[in-house]
Design a protein around this ligand. Structure first.
Ligand SMILES: *[C@@H]1O[C@H](CO)[C@@H](O)[C@H](O)[C@H]1NC(C)=O
Ligand SMILES: *[C@@H]1O[C@H](CO)[C@@H](O)[C@H](O)[C@H]1NC(C)=O
Ligand SMILES: *[C@@H]1O[C@H](CO)[C@@H](O)[C@H](O)[C@H]1NC(C)=O
Ligand SMILES: [Zn+2]
Length: 463
């Protein structure tokens, strides 16, 4: 049944680690962590219909009603993230609301570039902090503590020791102002001035309907003026769920994209009813794209045995990304050399689709070396291929991500509408670490040090 299959594809359960081997030595703790997620998230597909015709004239009339409504702390920003919203998806279905925001706002002409690895948690936290994964600490969706291999990070782990850097909600709180988060990766972690206040920091629950998420955020704008959150960040798990199960070119994606558009329409009309649509900045984005995968595009590591015997429990991650930590006493350099010899020999199925590196030898543009949390050996997989320890079953065709962040298929979208964004403007693609400075600039707040460029906001925003 579709719903039970979808359940499996919670972003908190999917990709890399879902494919972790389950060796006797692979920590039982990891499995214990995974199970509560598997069964507690029930996917509820959400449909909501709120499309109506847009008239420039009517919105400027609304604006006239009250531009000063939010002026106590300046402008408000709402960021909506749609997991796995591959760049171009908005052309798959009628998307009147996304198109409206593109036409009357600023958008990245060829999409938003994710960070490597193109996975959900590293990317959501790069968007929030402006940092590359080694600097914000979330280098994968699941990974062990290098100092204690039985201590694994998982998305449900809110111990601040894992989550480095200063995410946007914390920056807002540092200025004594309200921020609201709705399921954003890392938002339940209490650190700095951020206490994850129950009213403005919702605890992750996969089955909360999308309409309810939007309505909750809209409700904040009915609060007394000084309580209105300056920044709201909301997460939606679609269309990633459908992308994994069906691949990026399936009619189910078209449906999911239409649903997402209706959710955006609901936000727009809620703001219009309050006379706030022209005053509040809306940013639409996603964490990464999606590539088609299929059984015949797998590489099996056990075929490398004639060159090097890789043990299951050396693998921290195997799928669209390979991460290997050999035990002490085994030379990582030697393992890399032997693996690449085997992979290039022509004798390993799809061998040439996997390139294995010592992490310090990865191309610099990946920014994926400067953390002890990243294991010594990283394998980069070609678009649409997957690495497995060994063949255990037939792998259904579907979709995955985690690949090279420069692949077009890994790009997501960026659309922004609000007083600081020029109408109908198209900007070149940019890395999602630039979002942090963009948002702090709109909010007029001093941000924390990060990897975004200081000049980016001026190149995009109206004065
Ligand atoms: C806008 O809001 C301010 C502050 O709440 C209020 O003083 C002013 O009268 C409002 N203006 C209009 C046109 O409603
Ligand atoms: C999650 O949300 C659903 C739908 O709103 C609700 O029925 C359920 O009780 C929630 N679960 C928890 C643990 O709060
Ligand atoms: C990224 O930002 C961190 C924190 O400011 C800094 O330590 C690091 O050198 C930066 N890296 C790059 C590549 O800019
Ligand atoms: Zn995913």
């Amino acid at each position: 049944m579709a719903s039970s299959l979808l359940k499996k594809h919670s972003p908190f359960e999917d990709h890399a680690t879902f494919l972790l081997p389950d060796p006797p030595s692979s920590p039982a703790t990891l499995r214990n962590l995974k199970f509560p997620f598997l069964f507690s998230f029930i996917f509820i597909s959400s449909l909501c219909i709120t499309c109506f015709t847009f008239l420039d004239v009517s919105t400027s009339f609304f604006t006239a009603t009250n531009t000063s409504l939010l002026s106590e702390h300046g402008p408000a920003v709402i960021i909506l993230s749609f997991d796995g919203f591959r760049f171009g998806y908005h052309l798959k279905a009628p998307t009147p609301n996304i198109r409206r925001l593109i036409a009357s706002g600023t958008s990245a002409e060829e999409g938003l570039i994710p960070v490597f690895p193109t996975l959900t948690f590293p990317n959501h936290y790069s968007i929030a902090t402006g940092l590359f994964p080694p600097h914000h600490g979330i280098i994968n969706n699941y990974f062990p503590n290098p100092a204690d291999p039985s201590d694994w990070f998982s998305p449900s782990n809110h111990d601040p020791k894992w989550w480095l850097g200063e995410p946007l909600w914390q920056t807002v709180a540092r200025h004594g102002l309200n921020a609201a988060t709705y399921f954003w990766a890392g938002s339940e972690v209490k650190k700095g001035f951020w206490t994850c206040p129950p009213k403005f920091c919702l605890k992750f629950n996969y089955s909360v309907p999308f309409e309810e998420r939007v309505d909750t955020i809209l409700g904040y704008f009915d609060l007394p003026k000084k309580e209105i959150p300056l920044l709201s960040m909301i997460y939606f798990q679609d269309p990633d769920s459908e992308g994994h199960m069906y691949g990026p070119d399936h009619p189910e994606i078209t449906k999911a994209v239409a649903n997402v558009d209706a959710v955006i329409g609901r936000l727009i009309s809620g703001l219009e009813k309050r006379g706030l649509f022209e005053d509040v900045t809306i940013i639409l984005l996603g964490d990464h794209g999606m590539a088609s995968t299929c059984d015949e595009k797998c590489v099996f590591l056990d075929e490398l045995a004639p060159w090097v015997q890789i043990e299951r429990d050396w693998l921290e991650c195997a799928d669209s990304l390979l991460a290997i930590r050999p035990p002490s006493g085994v030379s990582s350099a030697e393992v890399v050399k032997k693996m690449n010899e085997g992979l290039n020999s022509g004798k390993i199925g799809n061998g040439r689709s996997l390139k294995v590196y010592l992490k310090e030898d990865l191309p610099e543009r990946f920014h994926y070396a400067g953390s002890g949390r990243i294991p010594p050996i990283v394998g980069v997989v070609e678009e649409g291929y997957m690495v497995k320890y060994k063949r255990e079953k037939r792998y259904d065709c579907g979709g995955s991500h985690g690949y090279d962040n420069l692949l077009m298929s890994m790009r997501s979208f960026f659309v922004a509408h609000g007083p600081r964004f020029e109408r109908g403007k198209k900007i070149p693609s940019f890395l999602n670490i630039e979002i942090y400075n963009l948002v702090t600039t709109i909010l007029g707040l001093k941000g924390a040090p990060n990897n975004g460029s200081a000049s980016f906001p001026d190149s995009v925003l109206l004065k």
